[in-house]
Design a protein around this ligand. Structure first.
Ligand SMILES: Cc1ncc(COP(=O)(O)O)c(C=O)c1O
Ligand SMILES: N[C@@H](CCOP(=O)(O)O)C(=O)O
Length: 482
């Protein structure tokens, strides 16, 4: 499989393979890696895949993207990753062997694709557990080490730290927005005392943290000297691993491969829905990809208007779905690459404007007309919508959902009437309610269920370094701790 950069000048290595870009993260030209072409899935493959376990399906799909790891080794990594023991937080009544069970709210019509049964109770575990095992495998083979620099708005951080703790050759430096995450999210990350885990809280928002990650990665000398890697969805491996559950959800929601399905995806950095877009490009029968934002509605604005207008930190709201408090969706670049006909010059020129703090407007370009080919729809949700949706879903379907999934459901309820009656709509459950207990209490006046292995984590001692969002300060911290 050949990989290219969305900005056209991938640099070194000249023909990167999967393992190179796994360790490399951001492409050297500041763009994002993508396969040169999306592998196509045949009808015969779809038929054969319908009955596979999650681990078997992951192996079948990832084999199309990972051609530089021997098949037996990749299979062993998938088998080791996708176990009922790791994805152990399934709800009562679910079959834990499903890994990503579908919970129907309205049988055959509206369901939740449960992606949050992993160790940290968010969908990030689906890809991050695989990344932990892939990093360990590749680093061992090459005799190398890596210093992962990441940014989180609440869930990527803990998923990465849980996946990497205890792994040889890996250190994690995770930037989080100081004081903006839920108490549970803070405790999940900051209570870890492992020597290879470093938490840095920056006095800004997620976008400031993500900008620092990109700035450090774009300092090629520093990146090479300190072996800086990425675990955010700028890393292609994250997106590749997320493609798998769109297929699994499709098979669970349909009876045969003539049917179509729609997905509604709570979105922030555009990594999750980007995987859905790629699954559709590969040939998965997806009728619609519905993007849901919270009050930070940059992406909803784009799909409604054709204008992409990232906002500054001061214009980004702190909301009760904090993991989606993102106004500069880094992964969106991968979708725009496809939208503009996979033309890297156009992407480079659009992101020159974005990186300079500007916006772009596609309305008067032919690309805007092509938006319909990609079957996107979108909507937004507010705190009041979130509370109302949590109450409605609890009352009507006896199901408690977290604040981000509630944003998805709010938009899903709006879009459902416009979908053909034989197209099931799956809303991606991106976290479990206990991570956002403050808002659950406000909505339902009760405590969300808490898995026994995470009891009392808020009372554990915490270890975190607070600093200004300053690239040089972060670099100095890394230098001092490697
Ligand atoms: C719980 C939750 N929901 C939704 C999102 C948005 O996903 P994405 O950033 O891939 O669009 C995130 C963060 O990424 C999240 O942590
Ligand atoms: N919502 C994320 C933000 C980072 O997204 P990623 O998918 O690019 O890692 C978080 O919870 O940290």
């Amino acid at each position: 499989m050949k990989y290219i950069s969305t900005r056209g000048h991938a640099g070194q290595p000249a023909n990167p393979q999967f393992c190179d870009i796994l360790l490399g993260g951001l492409a050297p030209d500041g763009g994002l890696y993508l396969p040169e072409t999306y592998p196509q899935v045949t009808r015969a493959e779809l038929d054969a895949w319908r009955s596979l376990s999650y681990a078997e399906l992951a192996f079948a799909i990832l084999s199309k993207f990972i051609t530089d790891i021997p098949a037996a080794d990749l299979k062993a990594i998938c088998d080791k990753t996708y176990t009922a023991d790791t994805y152990r937080h399934a709800r009562a009544g679910d079959d834990p062997a499903d890994i990503t069970p579908v919970r129907w709210l309205e049988q055959g019509r509206l369901g939740l694709l449960e992606l949050s049964n992993g160790p940290t109770l968010a969908f990030k575990d689906m890809a991050m557990q695989l990344l932990g095992n892939l990093f360990e495998y590749v680093l061992d083979k090459r005799g190398e080490t890596i210093n992962i620099l990441g940014a989180t708005s609440g869930d990527t951080g803990s998923a990465a730290e849980y996946a990497m703790r205890g792994k040889h050759g890996v250190r994690v430096f995770m930037l989080s927005p100081h004081g903006k995450m839920s108490a549970f999210q803070r405790a999940q990350m900051y209570s870890l005392q492992d020597d290879n885990i470093h938490n840095i809280a920056v006095t800004g928002m997620f976008d400031d943290a993500q900008d620092i990650v990109k700035a450090v990665s774009n300092d090629h000398a520093f990146k090479a000297k300190y072996k800086i890697g990425a675990v955010n969805s700028i890393n292609w491996a994250r997106v590749a691993a997320q493609i798998v559950y769109y297929f699994k959800g499709y098979f669970a929601a349909t009876g045969n491969n003539d049917q179509q399905v729609a997905f509604c995806v709570p979105s922030g950095n555009f990594g999750n829905i980007c995987a859905g877009h790629i699954a559709r490009q590969m040939g998965l029968p997806v009728a619609k990809l519905i993007l849901a934002t919270n009050e930070n509605d940059v992406l909803d604005e784009f799909f409604r208007s054709g204008i992409y207008r990232p906002r500054k930190t001061a214009e980004t709201y702190v909301t009760s779905s904090p993991s989606m408090d993102i106004s500069k969706a880094s992964n969106f670049e991968r979708f725009v690459y496809d939208l503009v006909g996979r033309n890297p010059e156009i992407v480079a020129s659009l992101w020159k404007q974005v990186d300079a703090g500007g916006a772009f407007d596609l309305t008067s370009t032919p690309h805007f007309g092509r938006l319909g080919d990609f079957a996107f729809a979108s909507g937004r949700s507010t705190h009041a919508d979130r509370l109302a949706t949590i109450r409605k879903v609890y009352a009507d379907y006896a199901t408690m959902v977290d604040t981000h999934t509630a944003d998805g459901l709010k938009v899903a309820f709006e879009q459902l009437p416009s979908l053909p009656a034989d197209v099931p709509l799956l809303v991606l459950e991106t976290a479990l309610p206990v991570k956002f207990a403050e808002t659950i209490r406000e909505a339902l006046d009760q405590e969300p269920e808490r898995p026994a292995d995470l009891a009392g984590i808020e009372t554990l001692p915490q270890r975190v370094e607070v600093m200004a969002p300053d690239v040089e300060a972060v670099k100095a911290f890394i230098v001092a701790h490697v």
